[in-house]
Design a protein around this ligand. Sequence first.
Ligand SMILES: O=C(O)CCC(=O)C(=O)O
Length: 292
Amino acid sequence: MSRDAVRAITADERDAYGRDGVVLLKGLTPGDWVVRMRDAANEGLGAEGGAFRVLWNPQIWNAAFQDYVWDSGVSRAAASLLADDDLRLMTAEVWAKDPGAEEPIKWHNDISYYPWREADICSVWLALVDVSPEMSAMRFVPGSHRWKRMFKPHVPSAGGDSKARFESAPFEELPDFAGLSDRFPGLINEKIFDMKAGDAVAFTGWTLHHTGANRSPKRRIAYSVRFLGEHGAVFDPRSSTSWPAEAEAALARGASAVAGFPAVLQGGRPAQKPPLRRGGLDRLGRFIEGKA
Ligand SMILES: O=C(O)CCC(=O)C(=O)O
């Protein structure tokens, strides 16, 4: 499996990302990388159970995901969209919806969940299987990144004990966006993408998005990696958000909080990969240090 296998971003894709706050990146990641992560995700997820599941930060403990973040060239693709050669990894998750999973991820923008008031965040949501629209594909409100509005976070049931804390954020309630394109034809042209495994959608931290039920007979799996541009990020540790202890340590020594997030690209060159940590998952799919 070759390093830097992720293809380069085109000028048209950069323009679309700037204009719409979201862009479809066809064939971003070659099949061998995709199959390796899909196998690892299925192993972590176990048998299908008609549910919506998240594996939090699998790159901490699983080489397939860690290699993708640091070695595949995906950080260069994000750097090209963010126009920033110094990137940190904010967080990343595997998002899975088994056949019959009804629970939606309601409309939201990611910045409202994160401890930043200002930040250039680019999420690369990589399809690890083919994802048709009826299979809980991602839906977006193009241009919503320009509103720069914080909306009350919504946390699905897999969010467990952090749900109440996140949802206590004092932001405005999101308007009812059901059937957007039908109710506001020509005004809001909701974007929904038909994707093949290896395609990705990249979107900003401000772009509104949501997913619905999985009405197909197949499990939908994606790996969503959130890159943070080092420049211009304003740390805002609200009680409804989380941040690593390393961010506090960085602030205490007079550095920016971004220094507490792992570097993935520095001056356009891949940063040193952190050592894989040993551990396992709790019942919510979260990593527990040392757990067998
Ligand atoms: O995959 C999903 O169902 C939702 C993912 C999402 O909201 C995200 O990656 O920000």
